[in-house]
Write a protein that binds this ligand. Structure first.
Ligand code: GN1
Ligand code: MG
Length: 358
């Protein structure tokens, strides 16, 4: 606690009477809510996982470019309550940077948006507004495409994820490969098809544009009436294939089970959520080319597959990337994502018909 108070003070906030408590359930960074007695503001303090985000300066420059651009847009439009619709980071007054280094750890702090909530469950109706919000988020960032860099190089690159998988398999550093041969076969059997976007990109048929790249429902803040305030967790905002955000959102939101369900019969791809989200997304992502639009059902299959490959890779590597709660956790996650991939694959035709009908 004393350490956390010391870090808060680095941002020029008197922290003697601070109350600091864990917040959220991300798999990568550590997040705390900071409440200061008598202060009208509350804050979010985060330790940046710099093993994942190795270039913290680049990471924060991206985030600053995004938040300042979004704020300017909000101010230019007819908007009230802008401070609840856009994140604001504090700077370390000594360095002028939006993060601070303490004993080899990197920390940042932002204003906590008042009366905001995250939601763990999505209704079919709200999937439409969330689709609108993510499409609008991408649309708003098109103007700063050239300013953004990849905070994690090749983050949503399927060829690269398969290379990491093959490296892990070859090394088999903790001897787990022999127990997961069925999954290894499934990964290999679909690898060719699932690397389609990288090929289309090389052929110059699709491009990269700013994407959020972690479009989970809990990365959206709502007000108490259920209206969307803003999109958060901007670490992975970077140029990517636009179908990234579409596919990754459905990976969690259209899953009728959990990311780590042990009972695979719980895990299925929910077409009602798909339809509602797709309708909203396509409405606001007005920049989509016909080819990009036609790739949306593929993206809904790609992301469960990619996540299965990433979880399995981590399992083979001995759980070095994702936080786990028990030894087989990454394996359980892999099986659940593979089940979701199968379920979404069965519905590809139906998805395509729906997209064509819009
Ligand atoms: C990680 O931020 P968080 O914990 O929601 C991961 C995502 C994965 C997700 C799986 C930087 O996201 O790419 O899809 O876990 N983020 C990073 O739950 O690797
Ligand atoms: Mg995240």
């Amino acid at each position: 606690m004393e350490k956390l108070k010391y870090i808060v003070a680095q941002f020029g906030i008197p922290s003697d009477n601070a109350i600091i408590a864990p917040l959220g359930n991300g798999l990568i960074n550590d997040t705390f809510k900071v409440t200061i007695d008598g202060d009208k503001d509350e804050y979010v303090l985060q330790r940046i996982n710099h093993h994942v985000f190795t270039n913290v300066d680049l990471l924060q420059k991206n985030i600053e470019a995004v938040t300042s651009h979004l704020r300017t847009k909000l101010m230019a439009g007819d908007n009230s309550d802008i401070d609840r619709k856009c994140l604001r980071f504090l700077t370390n007054p000594k360095t002028g940077k939006s993060y601070t280094e303490v004993n080899g750890e990197y920390w940042r702090m932002m204003i906590y948006l008042k009366h905001s909530v995250t939601r763990e469950n999505l209704t079919v109706e709200s999937a439409y507004t969330v689709g609108l919000a993510f499409g609008e988020f991408e649309n708003n960032l098109l103007e700063i495409t050239s300013e953004l860099q990849e905070s994690i190089p090749d983050f949503h690159n399927m060829e690269f994820r398969l290379k990491q998988f093959n490296d892990a398999l070859e090394a088999d550093s903790v001897g787990r490969a022999k127990d997961v041969t069925d999954l290894i076969e499934q990964v290999k059997a679909n690898a060719e098809e699932m690397t389609k976007l990288e090929r289309l990109y090389r052929e110059g048929r699709i491009e990269k544009r700013p994407c959020h790249c972690d479009t989970k429902l809990n990365n959206i803040l709502f007000d108490n009436d259920g209206n969307i305030l803003c999109v958060i967790d901007l670490d992975t905002v970077m140029p990517s294939f636009v179908s990234s955000d579409f596919g990754d959102f459905l990976r969690s939101a259209a899953n009728t089970g959990k990311e780590d369900s042990t009972d695979l019969s719980e895990v299925n791809f929910n077409m009602d959520i798909f339809r509602s989200f797709a309708k909203g997304y396509i409405k606001s992502a007005s920049f989509l080319t016909p080819l990009e639009k036609s790739l949306l059902p593929f993206a809904a299959r790609l992301f469960p597959y990619m996540q299965a490959v990433r979880f399995l890779t981590d399992y083979l590597n001995g759980d070095v990337y994702y936080k786990i709660q028990y030894p087989e956790h990454n394996l359980v996650r892999t099986r659940a994502q593979m089940k979701l991939f199968d379920s979404a694959s069965e519905k590809e035709r139906e998805m395509t018909d729906f997209i064509n009908s819009l």
